[in-house]
Design a protein around this ligand. Structure first.
Ligand SMILES: *[C@@H]1O[C@H](CO)[C@@H](O)[C@H](O)[C@H]1NC(C)=O
Ligand SMILES: *[C@@H]1O[C@H](CO)[C@@H](O)[C@H](O)[C@H]1NC(C)=O
Ligand SMILES: *[C@@H]1O[C@H](CO)[C@@H](O)[C@H](O)[C@H]1NC(C)=O
Length: 529
């Protein structure tokens, strides 16, 4: 209850504060500090869940999303303001009021912070996820016979069990179902259920932008990245695609973090740990000492607990519920169940393949790249080759964002100043921190494999792999994720060939240990052509 109260305060602060220009950098550490301050205050004053009143007493206008109102606020009915209107130190308060609403406007994104792993995270879906996790599972049954008219969506139903954690046991099913066969069409099922944790964190928001460009391709900028004005004290986040929908990379990160942490909170025994503690671990070394359970590996963790099929059902359910809750919804009002199911399936497939199924790639601006010197040459895509390198120097794998970004800059300096190249040579560089770092990227000719630079992408592992191997996560990225993502996007040929640098140029690269492993990979080819 105490942790829950903290969140309500955070979400509710918006209503009490005139947004002012905050001066603190927009970084996750200050969100964690805000939680710490609130948790101390709640501990000292011994109030119980009173912070929820902050939101409720303000005519629930703080959460514009009807799904949030329906699934999150309904149970809370306290009336108290015992913490006073200003429980936070003023500068933290300003920061919170600035970031608590997520928005995309005029090519800029608001309500996002820079996390220690270098990812950008939307705060609101993260907090909403935490709140849902503290409240626990609740499923809303949607009997199909009530779909035609407004009807109460099953508030009194018993909790029929855990849907989202239950997926851990389900076999991962990446294949995309035929809508009619798996989503309710009157033949297969008489009802469907909406699970609160997923509906609130992901499912409710995921599909709406797809109504603008249904069935043809992703809405503009699904997973759009952006650049901070400065990395040391970030304040302004400008999107790389000015036409991006709300489903930006930061939003997807925040929603997925919210969903994963909700799932975690829901599973552990009470009392819940302080949220500040949980977030510090999740955006640090890992929750409860588990280095796999942290923001660096959010996609892999997300992919292991859900599938496109399950997600499609939840998205569909959330759309149906939203249609009930908001009768005049501009995008949903005249939609049939089948149309909603189609959009839900498509959105879930896009999310699963283009987000969960791709490695996270830090754009150039994130590691502080110097500009390209001169004019880059475009590649003629798709390419048919992937050339694997190790960096040799730096010889140690980089295991944190701070180390990897510094390595990227030092390699770029070496390539530009000492070698006299236009830019860092590699197309992509793979750290041992769970991230890929964009070098020349998918579209521009690199300088990695002499005489072959226009034919293939050059991908380098940071480190010296003469005697040892890169981390499992890094290997998986180069063996599976990066190529399948490139193939899906039409940048790499499905029958691409993978070679080690040494097969084309007189060199030991990518190291004996790594090369002998490469030679067992499916796309490895022993000959040059
Ligand atoms: C606060 O919560 C505790 C335990 O959850 C309960 O025993 C106590 O009565 C509550 N106090 C108030 C004022 O509601
Ligand atoms: C949409 O629904 C409204 C009533 O809800 C109806 O008047 C209108 O004709 C419908 N439009 C279409 C294109 O079906
Ligand atoms: C790379 O590793 C090999 C084998 O472990 C070692 O002999 C060599 O000195 C290392 N090179 C650098 C630059 O660290």
């Amino acid at each position: 209850m105490k942790s829950q109260g903290v969140l309500w305060v955070l979400l509710g602060l918006l209503l009490w504060l005139e947004p002012r220009t905050a001066s603190l950098p927009l970084v996750m550490d200050f969100i964690i500090q805000a939680l710490t301050e609130l948790e101390q205050k709640i501990l000292v004053t011994q109030v119980n869940g009173t912070a929820s009143a902050w939101i409720l007493s303000a005519q629930d206008s703080s959460l514009h999303n009807p799904l949030h109102r329906h699934l999150l606020l309904k149970t809370e009915n306290h009336k108290a303001t015992e913490l006073g209107p200003h429980p936070l130190s003023p500068e933290i308060q300003d920061l919170i009021s600035e970031v608590a609403q997520h928005d995309v406007r005029d090519g800029q994104e608001y309500g996002v912070v820079l996390a220690p792993d270098g990812s950008t995270v939307a705060v609101q879906p993260l907090l909403v996820g935490l709140e849902a996790g503290l409240q626990g599972h609740r499923v809303v049954d949607l009997p199909l016979n009530c779909l035609a008219t407004p009807c109460d969506a099953g508030d009194d139903l018993p909790d029929v069990g855990a849907i989202w954690p239950g997926l851990r046991n389900a076999s991962p099913d990446a294949s995309i179902p035929d809508v009619g066969a798996t989503l309710p069409n009157g033949k297969t099922k008489a009802s469907t259920i909406v699970e609160r944790l997923l509906a609130i964190t992901l499912a409710g928001d995921l599909s709406l932008p797809f109504f603008h460009s249904p069935q043809t391709r992703s809405p503009p900028g699904l997973g759009t990245e952006g650049c901070w004005d400065q990395l040391s004290a970030p304040r302004v986040f400008t999107l790389l695609n000015p036409k991006a929908s709300r489903l930006t990379m930061a939003f997807l990160n925040g929603a997925l973090d919210g969903a994963l942490l909700a799932d975690h909170l829901n599973q552990i025994h009470k009392p819940h740990p302080p949220l500040s503690h949980l977030l510090r671990q999740y955006y640090g070394a890992g929750v409860a000492g588990d280095p796999e359970f942290r923001s660096n590996f959010r996609r892999r963790n997300g992919a292991s607990v859900t599938s496109a099929l399950t997600l499609a059902q939840q998205v569909w359910g959330a759309l149906v519920l939203l249609q009930k809750l908001e009768l005049g919804h501009p995008q949903l009002k005249n939609m049939s169940q089948e149309q909603l199911a189609q959009v839900a399936t498509y959105a879930s497939k896009e999310f699963t393949e283009a987000f969960l199924g791709c490695p996270p790639i830090h754009p150039r601006c994130r590691w502080g790249a110097a500009p390209y010197r001169g004019r880059p040459t475009p590649l003629r895509l798709p390419l048919g080759f992937l050339y694997v390198h190790h960096t040799y120097v730096p010889s140690l794998p980089c295991t944190t964002f701070a180390l990897c970004e510094a390595d990227m800059r030092s390699m770029q300096r070496f390539h530009q100043d000492t070698r006299g190249w236009n830019d860092i040579g590699y197309s992509f560089v793979v750290g041992s921190d769970g991230y890929v770092y964009e070098g020349r990227g998918w579209h521009w000719v690199g300088a990695h494999t002499l005489r072959h630079n226009s034919r293939g992408f050059g991908v380098a592992f940071v480190g010296n792999y003469t005697g040892t191997l890169p981390s499992e996560a890094a290997l998986l990225t180069v063996r599976d994720l990066l190529p399948s993502c490139g193939i899906r996007a039409g940048l790499l040929r499905p029958d691409y060939k993978l070679l080690g640098h040494r097969q084309l140029v007189h060199s030991d690269c990518p190291g004996n240990a790594l090369f002998s492993l490469l030679s067992t990979w499916p796309h490895f080819t022993a000959t040059e052509n």
